[in-house]
Design a protein around this ligand. Structure first.
Ligand SMILES: [Cu+2]
Length: 275
Protein backbone atom coordinates (compact mmCIF):
# COMPACT_ATOMS: atom_id res chain seq x y z
CA UNK A 1 0.00 0.00 0.00
CA UNK A 2 1.44 3.35 -0.98
CA UNK A 3 0.99 6.69 0.65
CA UNK A 4 1.89 9.07 -2.17
CA UNK A 5 -0.31 12.12 -1.86
CA UNK A 6 2.37 14.81 -2.09
CA UNK A 7 4.69 13.21 -4.62
CA UNK A 8 1.73 12.42 -6.90
CA UNK A 9 0.57 16.04 -6.65
CA UNK A 10 4.12 17.05 -7.63
CA UNK A 11 3.85 14.84 -10.75
CA UNK A 12 6.04 11.78 -10.07
CA UNK A 13 5.83 9.09 -12.81
CA UNK A 14 3.60 6.22 -11.67
CA UNK A 15 5.44 3.30 -10.11
CA UNK A 16 5.65 0.02 -12.06
CA UNK A 17 8.29 -1.96 -10.16
CA UNK A 18 8.21 -4.23 -7.14
CA UNK A 19 10.62 -2.22 -4.97
CA UNK A 20 9.23 1.15 -6.15
CA UNK A 21 6.54 1.32 -3.48
CA UNK A 22 9.09 1.34 -0.68
CA UNK A 23 10.98 4.15 -2.38
CA UNK A 24 7.73 6.07 -2.91
CA UNK A 25 6.81 5.75 0.76
CA UNK A 26 10.19 7.09 1.74
CA UNK A 27 9.96 9.96 -0.77
CA UNK A 28 6.49 10.81 0.52
CA UNK A 29 7.69 10.89 4.13
CA UNK A 30 10.67 13.08 3.19
CA UNK A 31 8.40 15.53 1.36
CA UNK A 32 6.10 15.86 4.39
CA UNK A 33 9.15 16.31 6.61
CA UNK A 34 10.49 19.03 4.28
CA UNK A 35 7.07 20.71 4.23
CA UNK A 36 6.99 20.84 8.03
CA UNK A 37 10.56 22.22 8.10
CA UNK A 38 9.70 24.79 5.40
CA UNK A 39 6.62 26.03 7.25
CA UNK A 40 8.45 25.89 10.60
CA UNK A 41 11.58 27.80 9.56
CA UNK A 42 9.50 30.19 7.38
CA UNK A 43 7.29 31.08 10.35
CA UNK A 44 10.33 31.48 12.58
CA UNK A 45 11.87 33.88 10.06
CA UNK A 46 8.75 36.09 9.98
CA UNK A 47 8.48 35.88 13.78
CA UNK A 48 12.04 37.25 14.15
CA UNK A 49 11.28 40.10 11.71
CA UNK A 50 8.37 41.07 13.93
CA UNK A 51 9.99 40.31 17.28
CA UNK A 52 13.23 42.20 16.63
CA UNK A 53 11.82 45.11 14.63
CA UNK A 54 13.52 48.39 15.58
CA UNK A 55 10.21 49.95 16.72
CA UNK A 56 10.15 47.38 19.54
CA UNK A 57 13.87 47.45 20.15
CA UNK A 58 15.08 51.03 19.82
CA UNK A 59 18.36 50.12 21.57
CA UNK A 60 20.53 47.23 20.38
CA UNK A 61 20.50 44.25 22.72
CA UNK A 62 23.98 42.74 23.02
CA UNK A 63 22.80 39.59 24.85
CA UNK A 64 20.56 38.23 22.05
CA UNK A 65 18.00 35.44 22.31
CA UNK A 66 18.16 33.44 25.53
CA UNK A 67 15.59 30.74 24.68
CA UNK A 68 16.95 27.21 24.06
CA UNK A 69 13.95 26.22 21.94
CA UNK A 70 15.77 26.50 18.55
CA UNK A 71 18.56 24.21 19.85
CA UNK A 72 15.99 21.66 21.02
CA UNK A 73 14.15 21.84 17.68
CA UNK A 74 17.44 21.32 15.80
CA UNK A 75 18.10 18.30 18.01
CA UNK A 76 14.65 16.94 17.12
CA UNK A 77 15.33 17.37 13.40
CA UNK A 78 18.64 15.56 13.79
CA UNK A 79 16.99 12.62 15.59
CA UNK A 80 14.30 12.35 12.90
CA UNK A 81 16.93 12.41 10.15
CA UNK A 82 18.90 9.62 11.80
CA UNK A 83 15.69 7.56 12.15
CA UNK A 84 14.85 8.12 8.45
CA UNK A 85 18.35 7.15 7.40
CA UNK A 86 18.75 4.06 9.58
CA UNK A 87 15.17 2.71 9.55
CA UNK A 88 14.18 3.42 5.95
CA UNK A 89 17.00 4.45 3.62
CA UNK A 90 19.59 1.90 4.80
CA UNK A 91 17.25 -1.17 4.59
CA UNK A 92 16.08 -0.13 1.09
CA UNK A 93 19.67 0.23 -0.05
CA UNK A 94 20.64 -3.10 1.57
CA UNK A 95 17.86 -4.81 -0.41
CA UNK A 96 19.09 -3.20 -3.67
CA UNK A 97 22.73 -4.25 -3.21
CA UNK A 98 22.46 -7.56 -1.29
CA UNK A 99 19.32 -9.40 -2.44
CA UNK A 100 20.20 -10.10 -6.05
CA UNK A 101 17.72 -12.30 -7.89
CA UNK A 102 19.02 -15.68 -9.01
CA UNK A 103 17.73 -18.63 -11.01
CA UNK A 104 16.75 -19.38 -14.59
CA UNK A 105 13.92 -16.82 -14.59
CA UNK A 106 16.27 -13.85 -14.34
CA UNK A 107 16.58 -11.91 -17.60
CA UNK A 108 20.16 -10.70 -18.00
CA UNK A 109 21.30 -8.01 -20.35
CA UNK A 110 23.78 -5.20 -20.88
CA UNK A 111 22.67 -1.61 -21.37
CA UNK A 112 25.42 0.10 -23.33
CA UNK A 113 25.21 3.87 -23.52
CA UNK A 114 26.72 5.88 -26.32
CA UNK A 115 26.15 9.39 -27.62
CA UNK A 116 23.14 9.46 -28.01
CA UNK A 117 21.34 6.15 -27.72
CA UNK A 118 21.04 2.99 -25.63
CA UNK A 119 22.08 -0.45 -26.95
CA UNK A 120 20.70 -3.56 -25.30
CA UNK A 121 22.53 -6.88 -25.42
CA UNK A 122 20.45 -9.79 -24.08
CA UNK A 123 22.41 -12.81 -22.85
CA UNK A 124 19.69 -15.21 -24.04
CA UNK A 125 18.36 -18.41 -22.43
CA UNK A 126 21.91 -19.70 -21.70
CA UNK A 127 22.45 -16.70 -19.38
CA UNK A 128 25.94 -16.19 -20.82
CA UNK A 129 26.88 -13.14 -22.86
CA UNK A 130 28.56 -13.66 -26.19
CA UNK A 131 32.04 -12.16 -26.49
CA UNK A 132 32.23 -8.53 -27.53
CA UNK A 133 35.24 -6.67 -28.89
CA UNK A 134 35.96 -3.11 -29.93
CA UNK A 135 37.32 -4.18 -33.31
CA UNK A 136 33.98 -5.87 -34.10
CA UNK A 137 32.01 -2.63 -33.66
CA UNK A 138 30.33 -1.47 -36.86
CA UNK A 139 27.28 0.67 -37.55
CA UNK A 140 25.24 -2.56 -37.78
CA UNK A 141 26.88 -4.13 -34.70
CA UNK A 142 27.06 -1.32 -32.16
CA UNK A 143 28.13 -3.50 -29.21
CA UNK A 144 30.78 -5.41 -31.21
CA UNK A 145 29.21 -8.82 -30.61
CA UNK A 146 31.26 -11.72 -31.95
CA UNK A 147 28.65 -13.94 -33.57
CA UNK A 148 31.18 -16.76 -33.98
CA UNK A 149 31.35 -17.18 -30.19
CA UNK A 150 29.26 -20.14 -28.92
CA UNK A 151 27.66 -18.01 -26.18
CA UNK A 152 26.52 -15.45 -28.74
CA UNK A 153 24.25 -17.90 -30.60
CA UNK A 154 21.18 -16.98 -28.51
CA UNK A 155 22.07 -13.32 -27.91
CA UNK A 156 19.82 -10.53 -29.09
CA UNK A 157 21.04 -6.97 -29.60
CA UNK A 158 18.64 -4.07 -30.03
CA UNK A 159 18.98 -0.31 -30.29
CA UNK A 160 16.70 1.84 -28.14
CA UNK A 161 14.12 -0.87 -27.45
CA UNK A 162 14.08 -3.10 -24.42
CA UNK A 163 11.48 -5.79 -23.70
CA UNK A 164 10.82 -7.57 -20.42
CA UNK A 165 8.29 -10.12 -19.23
CA UNK A 166 6.06 -8.88 -16.42
CA UNK A 167 6.77 -10.10 -12.86
CA UNK A 168 10.16 -11.55 -13.81
CA UNK A 169 13.35 -10.09 -12.31
CA UNK A 170 15.99 -8.62 -14.57
CA UNK A 171 19.63 -7.72 -14.04
CA UNK A 172 20.89 -4.91 -16.25
CA UNK A 173 24.64 -4.40 -16.49
CA UNK A 174 25.11 -0.72 -17.20
CA UNK A 175 28.12 0.46 -19.20
CA UNK A 176 29.19 3.11 -21.67
CA UNK A 177 31.19 3.25 -24.90
CA UNK A 178 32.16 6.89 -24.69
CA UNK A 179 31.28 9.42 -21.95
CA UNK A 180 29.39 9.16 -18.65
CA UNK A 181 25.66 8.55 -19.17
CA UNK A 182 22.99 7.48 -16.69
CA UNK A 183 20.58 4.66 -17.40
CA UNK A 184 17.31 5.76 -15.82
CA UNK A 185 13.76 4.38 -15.96
CA UNK A 186 11.66 6.71 -13.78
CA UNK A 187 8.64 4.35 -13.66
CA UNK A 188 10.85 1.48 -12.44
CA UNK A 189 12.52 3.70 -9.82
CA UNK A 190 16.00 2.78 -11.05
CA UNK A 191 18.92 4.91 -12.20
CA UNK A 192 22.58 4.06 -12.57
CA UNK A 193 25.51 5.98 -14.01
CA UNK A 194 27.03 4.38 -17.11
CA UNK A 195 30.76 4.90 -16.70
CA UNK A 196 33.26 4.04 -19.43
CA UNK A 197 35.49 1.18 -18.28
CA UNK A 198 33.03 0.00 -15.59
CA UNK A 199 30.25 -2.58 -15.60
CA UNK A 200 27.71 -1.70 -12.92
CA UNK A 201 24.68 -3.98 -12.43
CA UNK A 202 21.23 -3.03 -11.18
CA UNK A 203 18.09 -5.11 -10.80
CA UNK A 204 14.35 -4.67 -10.64
CA UNK A 205 11.08 -6.55 -11.15
CA UNK A 206 8.53 -4.88 -13.44
CA UNK A 207 5.02 -5.53 -12.12
CA UNK A 208 2.82 -3.68 -14.63
CA UNK A 209 2.56 -4.29 -18.35
CA UNK A 210 3.02 -1.15 -20.41
CA UNK A 211 5.42 1.07 -22.31
CA UNK A 212 7.90 3.14 -20.30
CA UNK A 213 10.51 5.73 -21.12
CA UNK A 214 14.22 5.04 -20.63
CA UNK A 215 16.21 8.24 -20.38
CA UNK A 216 19.78 9.39 -19.90
CA UNK A 217 20.04 11.22 -16.59
CA UNK A 218 23.56 12.65 -16.98
CA UNK A 219 24.28 15.65 -19.17
CA UNK A 220 26.36 13.82 -21.81
CA UNK A 221 26.55 16.14 -24.79
CA UNK A 222 24.51 18.40 -27.02
CA UNK A 223 21.86 15.77 -27.84
CA UNK A 224 21.59 14.44 -24.28
CA UNK A 225 17.88 15.25 -24.09
CA UNK A 226 17.25 13.09 -27.18
CA UNK A 227 18.97 10.05 -25.64
CA UNK A 228 15.86 8.04 -24.97
CA UNK A 229 14.80 4.43 -25.20
CA UNK A 230 11.62 2.45 -24.69
CA UNK A 231 10.94 -0.34 -22.24
CA UNK A 232 8.04 -2.60 -23.14
CA UNK A 233 6.80 -4.80 -20.30
CA UNK A 234 4.56 -7.56 -21.64
CA UNK A 235 3.27 -11.06 -20.91
CA UNK A 236 5.81 -13.87 -20.93
CA UNK A 237 4.37 -15.36 -24.16
CA UNK A 238 4.65 -12.02 -25.98
CA UNK A 239 8.16 -11.50 -24.64
CA UNK A 240 9.28 -14.96 -25.79
CA UNK A 241 7.78 -14.39 -29.25
CA UNK A 242 9.49 -10.99 -29.51
CA UNK A 243 12.79 -12.57 -28.45
CA UNK A 244 12.54 -15.42 -30.99
CA UNK A 245 11.50 -13.07 -33.81
CA UNK A 246 14.30 -10.59 -33.06
CA UNK A 247 16.86 -13.38 -32.82
CA UNK A 248 15.76 -14.71 -36.20
CA UNK A 249 16.07 -11.24 -37.72
CA UNK A 250 19.45 -10.33 -36.27
CA UNK A 251 21.43 -13.56 -35.89
CA UNK A 252 22.55 -15.81 -38.70
CA UNK A 253 20.95 -19.31 -38.67
CA UNK A 254 22.84 -21.46 -36.12
CA UNK A 255 24.34 -24.06 -38.40
CA UNK A 256 24.66 -22.09 -41.62
CA UNK A 257 27.29 -23.88 -43.72
CA UNK A 258 29.89 -21.58 -45.22
CA UNK A 259 28.80 -20.63 -48.71
CA UNK A 260 30.54 -22.78 -51.32
CA UNK A 261 31.25 -21.17 -54.67
CA UNK A 262 28.92 -22.41 -57.43
CA UNK A 263 30.70 -24.59 -60.00
CA UNK A 264 31.65 -22.61 -63.06
CA UNK A 265 29.12 -23.11 -65.84
CA UNK A 266 30.42 -25.45 -68.51
CA UNK A 267 31.23 -23.68 -71.75
CA UNK A 268 28.58 -24.45 -74.34
CA UNK A 269 29.69 -27.11 -76.70
CA UNK A 270 30.82 -25.69 -80.00
CA UNK A 271 28.38 -26.48 -82.78
CA UNK A 272 29.62 -29.29 -84.99
CA UNK A 273 31.46 -27.90 -87.89
CA UNK A 274 29.47 -28.29 -91.05
CA UNK A 275 31.35 -29.35 -94.07
CU1 LIG B 1 23.69 10.20 -22.17
Amino acid sequence: MTFALLIEALGIASNASQHGYVIDNMLEMLHWFMLVLFVGWGSFYFYTLWRFHKSKNPKANYVGATSHLPTKLEGGVLVLEVVLLMSFAAPIWANRVDDWPTGPDVIQLDAVGQQFLWNFHYYGPDGKPGKTAYDKITSANQVGLDRSDANAKDDVVTIGEMHLPVNKPCIVNVMSKDVIHDYCIPNMRVAQDAIPGSIIPLWFVPIKEGTYEIVCAQLCGNLHSKMKGTLIVESEEKYKKWYADTLKLTAPPPDAAPATPAPAAAAPAAPPATP
